[in-house]
Design a protein around this ligand. Structure first.
Ligand SMILES: Nc1ncnc2c1ncn2[C@@H]1O[C@H](COP(=O)(O)OP(=O)(O)OP(=O)(O)O)[C@@H](O)[C@H]1O
Length: 252
């Protein structure tokens, strides 16, 4: 099993956010996590990436225990695209530099041999090869999202976790992301993706897990219709240049 969660409870502040979650994901699955706003989707994927500590229960990723006192996150096998925050922190990093940060880890602050090529390949995968030297601050919100996806891809992850990657993307970008995830799946990677609706990723999804009030209310191959979780609505798009501007979304 790539991921195994048993009886997971998470409380944030005084909020019981996840309750009694059980989930097992095998290699090669592409699992969509759905549910209304505030149902705990982001918290669940943060638990899987070791960013949130469980209060109770067991979380194992590639066999590593993320719940015990000696938590070991297998970062070398994980790629994570957080919920839309933009790739910029006000620091004038280039797209290439942001992607290269995906290759850094605790033991070394210097990307290894061939890093530049790998970063350029990852940017090409998301259709931004020609923007490698540009400051991320001049990129649109959708392009920044793609830089963050490239940062996760450059690690060649065995498990890719994405939190609402479609937010702010135009249809062509969504289709291209579907292509990228399809290629990942072909090489045996596992994907856990938080979505508000399946959209163009639907053909790739092998299983849907629906959360409501911090509990799993559906886990199976067939996605429930939108009428079954009518509260779900996408986040408002972040301001910025419209992602459909013709000069922005060439291949992606
Ligand atoms: N740091 C925190 N402290 C206290 N409560 C929190 C914290 N982070 C999240 N919550 C609460 O936990 C609940 C679940 O949040 P979470 O972001 O996991 O939901 P979500 O399903 O991803 O929502 P959305 O679709 O809006 O992103 C919400 O009620 C939220 O207010």
């Amino acid at each position: 099993m790539v991921l195994r969660i048993d009886d997971l409870d998470v409380t944030l502040g005084s909020n019981p956010v996840l309750r009694g979650i059980g989930l097992a994901v095998a290699a090669g699955e592409v699992v969509a996590v759905l549910g209304p706003n505030g149902s705990g989707k982001s918290t669940l994927v943060k638990t899987v990436t070791g960013l949130v500590a469980p209060d109770r229960g067991r979380v194992r990723v590639f066999g590593a225990d993320l719940a015990g006192p000696h938590r070991q996150v297998p970062w070398q096998r994980l790629g994570y695209v957080p919920q839309r925050t933009g790739a910029t922190t006000g620091v004038p990093a280039t797209a290439l530099e942001v992607v290269a940060s995906g290759l850094l880890h605790r033991r070394s602050l210097r990307p290894g041999r061939g890093a530049r090529r790998r970063c350029l390949d990852a940017l090409a995968e998301v259709g931004l090869a020609d923007r490698a030297g540009d400051s991320v601050q001049v990129l649109s919100g959708g392009q920044q999202q793609r830089v963050l996806i490239a940062r996760a891809l450059v690690r060649e992850p065995d498990l890719l976790v994405l939190d609402e990657p479609l937010s702010g993307m135009d249809r062509a970008s969504m289709e291209a992301l579907a292509g990228t995830l399809g290629r990942l799946r072909e090489r045996g990677a596992t994907v856990l993706v938080v979505l508000h609706d399946l959209g163009p990723l639907e053909r790739l999804i092998t299983r849907t897990v629906v959360l409501e009030g911090g509990r799993v209310v559906h886990d199976g191959p067939v996605a429930p219709g939108p009428e079954e979780h009518p509260e779900a609505h996408p986040h408002p798009e972040t301001p910025g240049r419209p992602p459909t501007a013709p000069d922005l979304e060439r291949n992606w």
